[in-house]
Design a binder for this molecule. Sequence first.
Ligand code: 5GP
Length: 219
Amino acid sequence: MAAHDLGFDGVERRGLMFVLSSPSGAGKTTLSRLLIERMPGLRMSVSATTRPKRPGEVQGRDYLFLDKARFEAMVKRHELLEWAVVFDNHYGTPRAPVETALAAGQDVLFDIDWQGTQQLREKARADVVSVFILPPSAADLERRLHSRAQDSDAVIRGRMSRASHEMSHWAEYDYIVINRDVDQAFTEVQSILKAERLKRERRTGLTTFVRELQRQLQT
Ligand code: 5GP
C-alpha cells in the first residue's frame, strides 16, 4: 500500500475536508500557504472562478480562471462539488480531485466562503472540518486589505462592508480562530488538523490494526 494511503502512524484512514473561511483580509491565505508548506498529506483544492486574475496569480495554481460560459458548463455537468456567487463573481470547487484525494487518505484544504461550506456540510458532513478565522479588530482587517494593495479603494470598501455579513456565519463552523498573531493562529489551526486526523471514525484501518494486536497478544 502506498504511503499516502496510510495515516502517519501506519493505520489506514479516509482523508478529511479541511475548510478555512473568513472575511477577506483576516489572514486566511497566509494560513493556507503555511499549512500546505508544513503539513504533509494536505493538498489545496484549486477553485474555478470567473473573477479576473490578479497580478502574481497563476492559472491552475491559484485558481482555474474561466469565463462564465465554461463555468456554467461545469455546473451543468455536475463537475463542481459546490459553487457560489461571491462579490459578483462565480467560484466553485472541482469535484474529481477532491474525491480522488479523500479516497486515497489525503486531506484537502479549502479556502471557500460560508455558502460553499454550507453545501459541503450538507453533502459530506462526516468528512468536513470547518474553521472560521476572525480578525482581532476592524482596524486590523482594514490595514491588511490596504497592505495587500491588489484591489482598488472601491473594491476594498466593498469588502469591508461585506465583512460584517460574512462574519455573521461564524457559529456554523466547528472551530473559531482569532488571528492576532499569525504564528499563534497557525499553531492553533495545525492542532485542529492534527487532532481531527486521529478521529476514530476516519481511521478505517483501526479494526484490522487492533485485531492484529490481539492476535499477537494471544500467541
Ligand atoms: P478572492 O477573490 O479574494 O480570491 O476570494 C473571494 C472569496 O471567495 C473568498 O472568501 C474565498 O474564500 C471565496 N472562494 C474562493 N474559492 C471558492 C470556491 O470554490 N467556492 C466558494 N463557495 N467560495 C470560494
